[in-house]
Design a protein. Structure first.
Length: 118
């Protein structure tokens, strides 16, 4: 199994920056990809960025492209999300997730709240 723990959320003014971190433990060598999801109140959970454990292939949702950067440190089993130029509409609970087979995300963190004030 795999355990994921997020940190780094908080309250920030519009235009500010935050960096989220996700620490993975357990069967980390079986990870195929990792991603960041977010869910705002009353909305669906959306994938906003993902990266493969091997290689540098990344994905970004249009809503965050050019403002957010996903990165990883395989040696430390860490995943990061650098969020710049934050907007009030970025307010959500952010989740770290991972999958072993590349088809679905099977493991989830507990989530961290990000609130962007206008």
């Amino acid at each position: 199994q795999l355990q994921l723990v997020e940190s780094g959320g908080g309250l920030v003014q519009a235009g500010g920056s935050l960096r989220l971190s996700c620490a993975a433990s357990g069967r980390t060598s079986n990870i195929y990809f990792m991603g960041w999801f977010r869910q705002a109140p009353g909305k669906e959970q959306d994938l906003i960025a993902s990266v493969r454990r091997i290689g540098s292939s990344t994905y970004y949702a249009d809503s965050v492209k050019g403002r957010f950067t996903i990165s990883k440190d395989n040696a430390k089993n860490m995943l990061y999300l650098q969020m710049n130029s934050l907007k009030p509409e970025d307010t959500a609970v952010y989740y770290c997730a991972a999958g072993f087979d590349g088809r679905q995300y099977d493991f989830w963190g507990q989530g961290t709240q990000v609130t962007v004030s206008s």
